[in-house]
Write a protein that binds this ligand. Structure first.
Ligand SMILES: Cc1cc2nc3c(=O)[nH]c(=O)nc-3n(C[C@H](O)[C@H](O)[C@H](O)COP(=O)(O)OP(=O)(O)OC[C@H]3O[C@@H](n4cnc5c(N)ncnc54)[C@H](O)[C@@H]3O)c2cc1C
Length: 422
């Protein structure tokens, strides 16, 4: 989305753009696939009502009338039971916490939602921050499992800025003057968005080199693929710093190489489970009990069942650092572990209800949020190689990883690039 949006903006400004993509189609993390008889996004994606840039892009692609929004329910799986936590009343009834704990938890969220961003948030360990605000019991019973769900074991190193950005995103709708946040999707998922985006880029004269992994990028704007070397006035890498480092090799100055190497990437192993019919009706179920996956996302709780042929569609994500041994597990082993755990949690989910299962692996998802990130690790745009720049989601500071932020990065990077080309 980052590379495609940048190509779009530069082409609109009259630049001749060539876009290289390793995969057979555009999309990267938002690309679709087929599991059982369903085609939907390989990884779960929603658009928030407050995602102004994403909505504007969908509109510009002529798909505005296919955007659907709705209010969804949230669940918690705690102490072997599913709880609904979708409104204030359910929150007050939520058994694992006492009333004082709950009031402090509610107060924490309200306070962080109003807290301005500041460099100090990057210095304080997130669990210390949340323990101070919510108390030890809530930090251990609620916050730690929630952080683990998104960051795995790395949560212990994360700064308060991480939870600040996450809560701020939840409240973005209110800041935008909307009454409540809603989740949405484009009918058909990201597949029609990507088809229209591909056509829009071609209509703007962008040359698409799909299925052409770049092997190296060299000084002077030379791009090397398996069969060819092409030279450009400017090359913009929009991959993770890890991949950028590999493509640039020894070309950047040593200090830049150290910065690129310092960004640790987190990835996700995410199973898609197709069921004969919709499941419990919670878009997100946060799991606080031990589990091989860290949450359950039920896409069929948001998407009109008719669009999914009456099927249920669940995603079971597990976020991992780059060196985790689980990356080596094969699909059969993961299927046995993930489905076994899901069926142990919900004994009524009998094996005959499962109509499809697929494992998606994405290694370069986001920079692991660690304390002091922007001071010590933030990768530079100028990588010190003439004719080459880096614009990457690892440059998002004080934000969370989402398509809207990604489009924002492209929009902020375009003016300087145009200036350089002039
Ligand atoms: C599980 C999950 C759930 C998410 N849910 C949401 C959500 O609900 N809402 C939301 O807004 N966002 C969500 N996101 C985030 C969203 O997917 C990202 O913000 C966005 O897709 C990032 O786009 P990108 O272009 O920066 O990165 P990527 O999509 O990773 O794109 C990088 C591209 O570079 C290509 N590439 C890599 N190496 C080479 C090479 N050598 N040569 C050529 N091409 C190469 C890759 O193939 C890829 O297409 C989610 C992400 C994940 C992982």
């Amino acid at each position: 989305m980052l590379g495609a949006r940048l190509a779009w903006l530069l082409a609109d400004a009259g630049v001749a753009v060539t876009l290289y993509e390793a995969g057979p189609t555009l999309g990267g993390l938002v690309a679709p696939w087929q599991v059982g008889d369903l085609t939907w996004d390989r990884l779960y994606h929603v658009i928030l009502l407050s995602d102004a840039r994403t909505r504007a892009l969908v509109e510009a692609l002529g798909l505005g009338d296919r955007l659907r929004f709705g209010v969804t329910r949230t669940g918690f799986y705690t102490d072997g039971r599913q709880h609904s936590m979708s409104d204030a009343l359910e929150f007050l009834r939520f058994p694992p916490l006492g009333l004082t704990d709950k009031l402090r938890l509610g107060g924490t969220i309200a306070a962080v939602a109003r807290m301005p961003a500041g460099p100090w948030l990057e210095r304080v360990p997130v669990l210390d921050f949340l323990t101070a605000l919510s108390g030890r019991r809530t930090a251990e019973r609620i916050w730690r499992p929630l952080l683990q769900a998104k960051l795995g074991d790395e949560h212990a190193r994360a700064p308060a800025a991480f939870i600040h950005a996450t809560i701020q995103r939840m409240y973005a709708a209110r800041r935008a003057g909307l009454k409540e946040e809603q989740f949405g999707y484009v009918q058909g998922g990201y597949a029609p968005v990507l088809a229209a985006l591909t056509a829009a880029l071609q209509a703007r004269g962008v040359t698409l080199r799909l299925g052409q992994p770049v092997q190296a990028v060299e000084a002077g704007g030379r791009v090397r693929t398996a069969g060819a070397v092409e030279a450009f006035d400017q090359v913009v890498l929009t991959t993770s710093p890890r991949i950028a480092h590999r493509l640039l090799g020894q070309a950047p100055p040593a200090a830049v190489q150290r910065r690129l190497a310092a960004v640790e990437m987190m990835g996700v192993i995410c199973a898609s489970v197709v069921l004969d019919r919709p499941f419990r009706g919670f878009y997100v179920t946060n799991i606080t009990d031990p589990s091989p996956f860290t949450g359950i996302i039920e896409m069929s709780a948001l998407v009109d069942p008719a669009e999914l042929g009456g099927r249920g569609l669940l995603y079971l994500p597990r976020y991992l650092p780059a060196d985790h041994p689980l990356w080596a597990a094969d699909d059969d082993a993961l299927q046995a572990t993930f489905l076994g755990a899901l069926q142990a949690m919900y004994p009524d989910l009998t094996p005959d209800r499962v109509r499809g299962f697929g494992v998606a692996r994405a290694r370069d998802v986001m920079a692991t949020p660690v304390r002091g990130y922007s001071a010590r690790r933030l990768p530079p745009v100028d990588v010190g190689v003439p004719g080459v720049r880096l614009v990457t989601s690892a440059q998002i500071v004080n934000g969370t990883l989402n398509v809207d932020e990604t489009l924002g990065l492209a929009e902020r990077a375009a003016p300087a690039l145009l200036e350089a080309l002039r």
